[in-house]
Design a protein around this ligand. Structure first.
Ligand code: DHB
Ligand code: MG
Length: 226
């Protein structure tokens, strides 16, 4: 039996195998994925098996309130909204009104719009608004917006969560760029800064995993407030 390594085609094939076997992406999720072409960042949504992981983490954590930085077409938002259930709430922050319009239609199609608050504007500003309003703490935060702002988003997440809350950060590997010398790329700097902050914070326990698949070579940080 032959094995293929370091092949993007093989990664896609394995993703297809497990997604077909284990993950049901229904018509609403499929439509949300396809609609990503009409957003400012086509193909940036998580893969189906990653969306399923986010939903599982939400359920495993017993999360009822989820905060998401970066909505785009609302693909991961649908996974979270389904995972928190009808009594739960997802607050999702999106910079672009045009993306928010796409997301609203997808959330309505998925019949979860009633349990989602979509706030349009700079995510750091919107998060500060939630802090100022004394918003009820969140149980899980997904940071998946502009990467240079990752440290700001983590800071807001720590102010908006309860002890025991889960924080997930997407796209922390980016083809290995995270360890490339002298990139000068503010997205890479944002990932390194947030990683260093988490590592130095005794109130956060965390790990990071690399992933390969339909989204290429990337990875995510999973952290938990002690
Ligand atoms: C990019 C951002 C994402 O959140 C993602 O999942 C993939 C790509 C990007 O900035 O290109
Ligand atoms: Mg992402």
């Amino acid at each position: 039996m032959s094995h293929r390594y370091e092949s993007a085609a093989a990664w896609r094939e394995v993703d297809a195998y497990f997604t077909e076997a284990l993950v049901s992406e229904d018509a609403a999720l499929a439509a949300a994925r396809e609609s990503s072409a009409r957003t400012t960042m086509p193909d940036a949504e998580v893969a189906a098996n990653q969306g399923a992981l986010l939903g599982l983490l939400t359920k495993i954590a017993g999360a009822r309130r989820v905060l998401e930085f970066g909505t785009l077409a609302g693909y991961s938002t649908i996974w979270f909204a389904r995972a928190v259930g009808p009594a739960g709430k997802v607050v999702t922050l999106e910079l672009e009104e045009s993306n928010a319009a796409v997301a609203r239609a997808n959330l309505a199609h998925a019949e979860v719009l009633d349990r989602v608050d979509l706030i349009v504007g700079q995510a750091a500003t919107s998060a500060q608004g939630l802090i100022d309003a004394g918003t009820e703490p969140f149980d899980l935060v997904f940071i998946d917006a502009d990467k240079p702002s990752n440290p700001l988003y983590l800071d807001a997440a720590l102010r908006l969560t309860r002890p025991g809350a889960v924080i997930v950060i997407d796209n922390v590997v980016r083809d290995g760029a995270v360890v490339a010398p002298d990139t000068g790329d503010p997205r890479v700097e944002g990932v390194r800064a947030v990683t260093a902050t988490i590592g130095a914070d005794a109130d956060l326990e965390a790990t990071a995993l690399q992933t390969v698949g339909v989204k290429g070579w990337d990875g995510l940080i999973v952290a938990r407030r002690v």
